[in-house]
Structure formats: C-alpha cells, structure tokens
Design a protein around this ligand. Structure first.
Ligand SMILES: Nc1nc2c(ncn2[C@@H]2O[C@H](COP(=O)(O)OP(=O)(O)OP(=O)(O)O)[C@@H](O)[C@H]2O)c(=O)[nH]1
Length: 437
C-alpha cells in the first residue's frame, strides 16, 4: 500500500485517502475519537441552542411567540441530546451518514425557524449562521460532501428566510452572499487541510508500525540464526553430539573443577570396530547411520553431567565427572553392551555393531587433559589389538589392562575372544579410588 503522505498525491479532493481500503482503515481507527467529538458537539450545541431562550424571553416577553420558540428549542435540544446519547452507546453511529446528518438537519432547521420567530436584525442572523457554519465544518465529524450539503441548506435557508420575512436591498443581499461564500470557502479549505494532515499523520504512524514490525521480525530472525550458528559451532552435524572443540572446552572446565574439589574425573575413548568394513561393504550412508546410532546408544547410558563428544572419524570421547576407574569401567561396559546388544537394521541390511573402549583417570598432578587422553587412547588400541568389543583401562604408570571380573565385561566378541580370555582381569582401582558420588 503506497503512502506518499508528504506531497498529497494519495489524497482526493475531500482530503481523504484515494485507496478505499486505507480510508476504511483510517475511519475505523478514528471511530472512538469521532464518537467522542460528535457527543461533545451535540451536547454543547443543544445547550447553546436552549440557552438562547433567555434572549428570546428578553426580546419577546412571556407571550405566545416565546412559548412556541421555547417549545421548538426544547424539541431540537432533546433531539440533539438523544443523538449524543446514541453515539455514546454505539460509537459506530458517529460515522454513519444518517444519524450525523439528521442531527445537522435538526440543528439547522431549528436555527432557521428562529428567523421568523425572533425580531433580530440581519447582523444577528448572519453571525449565528457563520458560527453554525464553522461548527458544521470543524466540529461535526462528517464527510466533506455532506458538510457541503448541510452548509448549502444553511445558507440557502437563511437567504430564503431573509427574503421571505425581511427583504433586503440588493447591495446588502450581495454583501451577505459574498460573506457566506467566503466563510464556506475558508472553512472548506481548512477542513480539507485538516483531513489531509490527520491522514498523513496516520499514514506515517502505520508506516512506522510496519517498519517496527519488520525490524522486530528481523531481530527475531537474527537471534534464531545466532542460536543456530552457536549450536552448529558446538555440535557435530552428523551425530548431534558435542563436537571436538566444544568437548575440550567443557571437559577442561570439569578437569579444573575436579582438581579444585579433589574429585575424580575419568575419560573414555570409544572406537567403532571394523567401521571401515561397514563403509566398504554397505556404503558411506549406512556408515553415517551407524555412527549416529552408536553415538545415540552411548549417550543413552550416560548422565546429564557426562560429556560425550565426537573425537573424529568413528571415534568418540567421553568425560565422566565424579567417576573413578571402577565406575568408569561400569559405565563403559554399559555403553559397550548398549551398542552391541541389538544389531542395526536398515533397508534389509543387518549390521552387528560393537565398540572398543579405552579408559583412564585424570590425575591431580596433571595440568591438562592430554596425558589422560593419551592413556585412554593407548588402552583403546590395546583393546583393538586384543580382539575388540571390550573395555580396557590404563592406570597411570601401568600398562593397559583389560578390566572386568564378569564375563560380559571381559569377553570380546568374534576374533578377539581367544586373546581376551588370555588377558589378565585386574581391577587397577584396587578398591582404593573414591566411588562416584
Ligand atoms: N561413513 C563415514 N565414515 C567415516 C567418517 N569418518 C571416518 N570414517 C571412516 O571410518 C573408517 C575408519 O577406519 P579404520 O580407522 O581403519 O578403523 P576400523 O575399520 O573401524 O577398524 P578398527 O577401528 O581397527 O576396528 C575409515 O574408512 C574412514 O573413512 C564419517 O563421518 N562417516
């Protein structure tokens, strides 16, 4: 919707919007204001019209003419007050042509009737006409064609009454007509200008509001984008878990907390077994799916406070705050079990999945995660060498050790079974490490 409110090109001769939809929107917005203005105009008009009964009495005395005039004034004033009441009850009436122009007709007729009933001079009649004309243009919320019609009725009625009841010399009549013409022209120009100004203000308000709405939508979009970018910067796109960079940020915070509080922090390196074969045999799409499933299965056995991240390729890394090696082994076993318990079935392909896990504990004396990760990695590769699908631990200062006294903890699947059976089942924690709180 074009506005162009500055140069007036969008307004018609009445000072209204050329676009009917915009004009209707403006009028809807102005409804309450128009109803209030009409109420005030009608109430003040009724009061003033009735107040002139005092001058009627002064001029006419308490005779028959006075009572006729008084009766007429009361009827007109009551009519105006009733319409004011109606506009108060139903504000929409203030913009309906019928009630508004009925009020104008009543007021003008009442005024014209005073001319034959009161022995006023021409000047008095002219003064009341000018005042009424200005009120019709400026105080009654009416549309321009109706304003012009009301004023034509007022001016025509006055001239007819004057001619009928107190004929004027030609010069005075011409003066009266010129004065009336001037008053009407002036008021019409004023009211048209007023209409344009009101609408121009409305148009810029509407433009401002829609600009604000656009701005708010852009800010919202920008915020969403920022949140998405932040999420993307922290998340591994394929698996949906924390990416390597974010993992190290969070795990480093946990290392510092553990160091400060004297609590244990364990690390797990998890690697999918024979992942290259999955890719080679079934394609990268199935390989990607296997990665996602393994990540989800590992995550499903972890607590909220544990941090799982994709280390790279088919390798995951997990930080387990408040977990010593015994607890870490239990968690790693749960993870290993969650991964291999159920084969992955997709599009007729059935894949047996398994992982090898290497575990280490971050020591108090260590000032970074690197030594712990190195030990977990060494344990992982020992697990691979010993047959895969198992959990291995690498305590500080010792060689990697296959953990678990229960068969499920130590028994590797497939080719590694023999090697696994030969491996010592030692608990390096030796019951010395604090349990997970
Ligand atoms: N589909 C898929 N494959 C990946 C992705 N990242 C790494 N890989 C593949 O993962 C495979 C890793 O193979 P290897 O390092 O030989 O390990 P493996 O086959 O799992 O053997 P083991 O670890 O010894 O059991 C390589 O073929 C990589 O191309 C990935 O995001 N999607």
């Amino acid at each position: 919707m074009a506005t162009n409110s500055g140069d007036g090109e969008d307004f018609d001769w009445r000072g209204e919007f050329r676009d009917p939809a915009r004009e209707a929107q403006f009028r809807r917005t102005m409804r309450a204001h128009d109803a209030c203005q009409l109420r005030h105009a009608l109430t003040i008009g009724a009061g003033l019209f009735l107040a002139f009964s005092l001058t009627d009495y002064y001029l006419l005395g308490a005779g028959f003419d006075f009572h006729v005039l008084l009766g007429m004034r009361v009827i007109v004033a009551l009519g105006l007050l009733l319409l004011a009441l109606a506009a108060w009850r139903r504000p929409a009436l203030a913009q309906a042509p019928l009630p508004v122009n009925l009020a104008c007709l009543l007021a003008i007729s009442g005024l014209l009737l005073t001319i034959p009933l009161r022995p006023d001079g021409l000047m008095m009649n002219l003064a009341s006409l000018v005042a009424t004309s200005m009120a019709l243009y400026l105080f009654i919320p009416n549309r321009t064609p109706w304003m012009l019609a009301s004023n034509a009725y007022l001016s025509g009625g006055l001239i007819a009454s004057v001619l009928l009841w107190s004929p004027l010399p030609g010069g005075e009549l011409a003066n009266t007509l010129l004065l009336l013409g001037f008053v009407n022209l002036l008021c019409w120009m004023t009211v048209t200008r007023l209409h344009r100004l009101q609408r121009a203000q409305f148009a810029s308000l509407v433009d401002e509001r829609s600009a604000n709405r656009r701005l708010a939508a852009e800010i919202e979009e920008h915020n969403q984008l920022e949140t998405r970018l932040r999420h993307m910067a922290r998340t591994d796109e394929l698996t949906g878990i924390t990416n390597r960079r974010r993992f190290f940020e969070l795990a480093e915070q946990e290392r510092r907390r553990a160091h400060r509080d004297g609590t244990p922090l364990s690390l797990c390196m998890v690697d999918i077994d024979h992942f290259k074969d999955i890719n080679d045999l079934h394609g990268h799409a199935i390989g990607d799916l296997a990665l996602t499933v393994v990540a989800a299965r590992c995550q499903s056995v972890l607590r909220e406070s544990d941090i799982i991240g994709r280390y790279g390729g088919e390798e995951f890394v997990i930080a387990l705050p408040l977990a010593n090696l015994v607890t870490a082994r239990e968690i790693a076993e749960r993870m290993r079990d969650a991964v291999c318990r159920q084969p992955l079935e997709f599009n007729g392909v059935t894949l047996a999945l398994s992982v090898t896990v290497g575990i280490s504990r971050v020591e108090d004396s260590e000032t970074s995660l690197d030594p712990g990760l190195l030990r977990a990695d060494q344990a992982l590769y020992t697990g691979k060498a010993k047959g895969r699908n198992c959990v291995m631990v690498r305590p500080p200062g010792l060689g990697p050790t296959r953990l678990g006294s229960t068969p499920s903890a130590v028994m590797p699947s497939g080719a590694g079974a023999t090697a696994a059976a030969a491996a010592p089942a030692i608990d390096p924690a030796g019951g010395q490490l604090p349990r997970r709180f």
